[in-house]
Design a protein around this ligand. Structure first.
Ligand code: HEC
Ligand code: HEC
Length: 212
């Protein structure tokens, strides 16, 4: 009881300080440009999540994505090499320095896996990832997407943990040439994948959770 009453004035002071700080930041917000964290939250957060974790599987998780790849995608949207209603607009509102900074910010955030409960489907997906399909000449995804665990590199996206629905949709978009910003490999690959293989490999990718 005595502890509670002793805390009260301190709480009031904290609350007052908080109010003052809020008022101060409203004042300064008008003058100073938002920090990258704020910019990401304001401009990207509604779709990609506050820290790029993206809780809606329509939107790619950006947390942990390779910065170089993010920069390339934003430049591709800006130049019309890749197209999406939202991203066409959003990408044009950023300048080159903001693109660099926001890409680095997302790369540093921790990605979450999105595992499937369908173990059989995941098994088919793992086969496709590691071996491709020798009967229909699908190359193993791992042969390009690096280090068997899907972390990618500067030129290749991190796939590990990505939302399965997003991955499957992108595979379909490469296949119908709606997305053609990869200079060929993914068109070649998706021309040879069946729908089952697309869904399966996407399910496998969603569950990959390599150490960073
Ligand atoms: C209104 C929703 C929306 C907003 C806001 C938005 N995005 Fe996106 N973003 C999307 C969608 C949808 C896609 C997938 C597009 C596709 O299907 O090709 C995407 C794709 C991307 C990709 C490609 C990811 C990959 O794995 O290839 C990047 C990078 C990206 N967004 C960055 C950003 C950044 C940075 C911002 C804020 C400055 C932002 N987005 C704001 C909806 C949004
Ligand atoms: C010959 C090399 C190569 C092979 C094999 C390959 N990929 Fe890719 N993949 C790429 C490249 C390069 C990109 C980046 C495209 C870009 O810059 O937009 C890419 C991009 C992707 C993307 C888009 C990721 C995103 O965040 O939007 C997905 C999904 C993908 N690959 C899945 C696969 C799967 C599944 C397989 C195996 C069935 C596979 N890839 C095999 C080279 C390859």
């Amino acid at each position: 009881m005595s502890t509670a009453s002793a805390l009260r004035p301190a709480r009031a002071r904290t609350a007052l300080a908080g109010l003052a700080l809020a008022a101060f930041s409203t004042l300064t917000a008008a003058q100073t440009p938002p920090s990258i964290v704020e910019l990401a939250a304001q401009r990207c957060g509604i779709c990609h999540g506050q820290r790029g974790e993206s809780t809606n599987e329509q939107f790619p998780q950006l947390a942990g994505q390779n910065a170089r790849y993010i920069v390339k995608q934003l430049e591709d949207f800006r130049a019309g090499r890749r197209s999406n209603v939202a991203m066409d607009v959003v990408s044009k509102e950023l300048d080159a320095a903001q693109i660099e900074a926001i890409a680095k910010y997302y790369e540093q955030q921790t990605p979450q896996p999105h595992p499937s409960t369908d173990a059989l489907l995941v098994g088919v997906g793992r086969y496709v990832w590691e071996r491709g399909n020798p009967f229909s000449r699908v190359p193993a995804c791992a042969s390009c997407h690096k280090d068997a665990v899907g972390r990618g590199n500067a030129h290749l996206p991190r796939l590990a943990g990505q939302h399965p629905l997003y991955v499957e949709n992108q595979l379909k978009r490469f296949h119908v040439r709606e997305r053609k910003n990869d200079a060929g490999p993914m068109t070649f690959v998706t021309d040879r994948l069946t729908e089952l293989e697309m869904r399966a490999v996407a399910a496998y990718i969603g569950g990959m959770n390599p150490p960073r």
